[in-house]
Design a protein around this ligand. Structure first.
Ligand code: CUA
Length: 313
């Protein structure tokens, strides 16, 4: 059964996954059993009671009490089992253990931000301690996304203007994939992240090292870290090549033509506006697809990114 489970489903890496799988397999097995039983009986009856001659007449058939009660009560019991089992699993998944370690999650089009207790933010990489309950308190900065880790059997919508949460406990250190599983626009299919479950002491070391990164850096280096972290280079190259958006190289101080035919100088204010309100001015020849980073980047972060772009001459 375990090997069949591993063949049919992703590895069960959380403490609650086995129970989800058990119910899933129960429903599947009952469905397969009923499908086969009903189909075989149907084919058998079609052949056995087929019309044999032109004057065959259907006999008058009365109902049989015991048979009708049996085929009503058995399905009733089956759905009650599925309800009870599912309700227990649902409450287990909705009841966060008191000692859960909390990470805040912000979903954006189209990346995941993970905020930790010491202020550190990681993008598209979620670090959690293994063998300990972890609670994610989630919100969206724009549209509806959905947080889904198949290995943990955990899925929940992430929506604007309201917090939602999920919890899980990873059984042992390892990596798993997070998918966005609610269609959220252009790059929905690129919106995935990795969960790294670490031993508690390794997690503590990672968090201590990660926490001290940004504020100690000179602005341009801080900008470079942020540009990497937020995946800006997916659309803006740093070597002059053309991607979805204008390259950052040889950009600062240049004139740039816009879609409305006017021209702007790429200066501090233009970059700031482009980060916070990307649709305000669109460079000619490029699509209007960038999402706002308002609320994700602080003023110091934006200063850093401007200084970094200045260095790319
Ligand atoms: Cu976010 Cu799909």
């Amino acid at each position: 059964m375990n090997r069949l489970n591993d063949f049919l489903l992703p590895p069960a890496k959380s403490t609650t996954a086995a129970e989800v799988d058990a119910l899933f397999n129960f429903i599947n097995l009952v469905s397969i059993f009923l499908l086969l039983g009903i189909t075989i009986a149907m084919i058998y009856f079609v052949i056995k009671y087929r019309r044999r001659s032109e004057d065959d007449v259907t006999p008058l058939i009365h109902h049989i009490n015991w048979l009708e009660i049996t085929w009503s009560v058995i399905p009733l019991l089956l759905v009650l089992i599925v309800f009870g089992w599912g309700y227990k699993g649902y409450t287990d998944l909705r009841t966060t253990p008191d000692d859960a370690y909390q990470v805040r999650v912000v979903a954006n089009s189209w990346f995941w931000e993970f905020h930790y207790e010491n202020g550190h933010v990681s993008i598209d990489e979620l670090y959690v301690p293994a063998e300990r309950p972890v609670e994610l308190v989630m919100r969206s900065s724009d549209v509806i996304h959905s947080f889904y880790v198949p290995d943990f059997r955990v899925k929940h919508d992430v929506i604007p203007n309201r917090y939602t949460s999920v919890w899980f406990e990873v059984k042992e250190p390892g990596e798993s994939v997070v998918f966005c599983t609610e269609y959220c626009g252009f790059a929905h299919s690129d919106m995935y992240a990795t969960v790294y479950a670490l031993e508690q002491n390794e997690f503590d070391d990672w968090l201590a090292a990660a926490g001290s990164d940004l504020d100690d850096l000179p602005p341009a280096e801080r900008g470079q870290v942020l540009v990497d972290r937020y995946g800006c280079t997916t659309c803006h190259s740093t070597d002059g090549s053309t991607l979805q958006g204008p390259s950052f190289q040889d950009n600062f101080g240049q004139n740039r033509e816009l879609t409305d035919g006017s021209t702007v100088v790429v200066d501090e204010n233009f970059i700031r506006e482009s980060i916070l309100e990307p649709s305000a001015k669109i460079a000619a020849g490029y699509p209007d697809i960038m999402q706002s980073f308002a609320g994700s980047l602080s003023d110091e972060d934006i200063d850093g990114i401007i200084e970094y772009i200045k260095t790319l001459e």
